[in-house]
Design a protein around this ligand. Sequence first.
Ligand code: AMP
Length: 114
Amino acid sequence: MADGCIFCRIAGGEIPAQIVFQDEELVVFRDLAPKAPTHLLIIPRRHVASLAETGPEDRELLGKLLQRAVETARQEGLEKGFRTVINTGPDGGQTVGHLHLHVVGGRQMTWPPG
Ligand code: AMP
């Protein structure tokens, strides 16, 4: 766990979140400020600061994150589609320094993103 990391604290059960799935590696919870009718975050329990910090040794974890996004969308009934987003670094719009994959859906998404 990284000191002061809010997502580490959610994964550790220290601060509350609406958790919809968890296993030994991943935790899925509802975003506090949803940007769409359905908005969840998938995080690894292990503290990884961002996608840019991952390497070949993280291939399996990254595959599990994406596969969990598919499972999450299915569980949430997003059969019309959904968007997965990983914001990385300041220019990428990352505001929490713990790798997380957004799953958003329940409305028509627009492109390009802002
Ligand atoms: P990003 O901007 O990609 O780093 O996304 C961070 C996301 O975390 C934002 O969508 C926030 O609304 C969300 N968030 C921040 N704090 C919490 C929290 N305590 N519980 C749930 N979601 C949070």
